[in-house]
Design a protein around this ligand. Structure first.
Ligand code: F6P
Length: 318
């Protein structure tokens, strides 16, 4: 679906990764673990969001700071999805993030090392290139590379005309806190990230609602707090909802949050109301956690499955 410039979505990843996914019944620490073939594929939060947006029928731009040796592999991976790219090269290789999926234990262990360091000049170059595409929506996703200050997202967004681009933020730690100054239209922390931002535990639903309201009081129009299998809270200007997708068979939790962010960005581009946005985002997340993760380049949910899960999502007004 080709959209006009006001709703063109750009995803920005400052610290992309090659995800190395290894599946095994159970990890035996300290022993030799032999497994079936592992999967290595281009990823990182904004990259994953762009792929899911393409599945939804959008035509996103994926922008990133990227180790120069990996630029061909990322381009090759994204091109078949019809995703345009804008990569500012960094010296060396991007990081390899290890995902250990233990089927018996039903758990995924992520090991996300630091990638190559980035400079302020590379960030400014990315901002200038992004400005040339004049996106209507920018998804700022993932962690920051070494070498950039916590307010890197704010610096990057200075390159875009003020108010000309809606920001959707999915970051964590000090970068999340600092990026609030860029005036995001929507933020999507998970429970732990929001608890980290506010410096207190958020043990139950009332605590999550209170925390989301506090973010709104800080000027964020739309707040989504994802809470794993329990669903997610959607705080919109006109409504507060809890959405819970139907139970699915879990294959991996990796990328579930990114899929939800893609649903939210598409909802924003399509001007969907709170309930429709909650359904689309929940359907994307549920389809992502139950996707077929077999082969290299696989692991992309089908649009029909997203639509089925979106329609079957329970939406409760709070
Ligand atoms: O930038 P972060 O927070 O290290 O997250 C990156 C990781 O998150 C994912 O995007 C999954 O959400 C992985 O593809 C990637 O390895």
């Amino acid at each position: 679906m080709q959209r006009d410039a006001t709703s063109r979505i750009a995803t920005v990843t400052l610290s992309p990764a090659l995800d190395l996914t290894i599946r095994m019944p159970r990890l035996r620490p300290g022993e030799v673990n032999r497994t079936g073939p592992a999967e290595l594929r281009p990823a990182g939060k904004g990259v994953n969001v762009a792929v899911m947006l393409a599945v939804l029928g959008e035509a996103p731009l994926a922008a990133a700071l990227l180790g120069q040796d990996d630029i061909p592999a990322f381009g090759q991976f994204l091109r078949p999805f019809g995703i345009d790219t804008e990569f500012v090269p960094l010296a060396g290789r991007c990081r390899i993030n290890v995902k250990l999926v233990e089927a018996e234990a039903g758990q995924v262990t992520d090991i996300n090392p630091a990638g190559p360091p980035a400079s302020l000049a590379s960030l400014e170059e990315l901002g200038a290139r992004l400005a040339r595409h004049a996106p209507g929506i920018a998804v700022l996703a993932g962690s920051l590379p070494q070498g950039l200050p916590p307010d890197a997202w704010v610096i990057l967004m200075r390159a875009l005309p003020a108010g000309g681009c809606k920001l959707l933020l999915d970051s964590s730690g000090p970068a999340f806190e600092a990026a609030l100054a860029a005036g995001p239209a929507l933020v999507k922390p998970n429970r732990a990230e929001l608890a980290g931002l506010l410096g207190r535990p958020l043990p139950d639903r009332p605590a999550l609602i209170q925390a989301a309201l506090e973010l709104r009081a800080r000027g964020v129009e739309r707040v989504v707090v994802s809470d794993g299998g329990a669903g997610a809270l959607f705080l919109w200007p006109e409504a507060m909802l809890w959405a819970r997708p139907p139970k699915v068979t879990l294959t991996t939790t990796v990328g579930a949050g990114d899929a939800m962010v893609a649903g939210l960005a598409a909802a924003m581009a399509r001007d969907l109301d709170a309930e429709a946005a909650a359904r689309l985002a929940s359907g994307c997340a549920a389809a992502a956690v139950s996707r077929d993760v077999g082969a290299m380049g696989g692991g992309v949910p089908r649009l029909e499955e997203i639509q089925r899960l979106a329609a079957a999502t329970e939406v409760e007004a709070l």
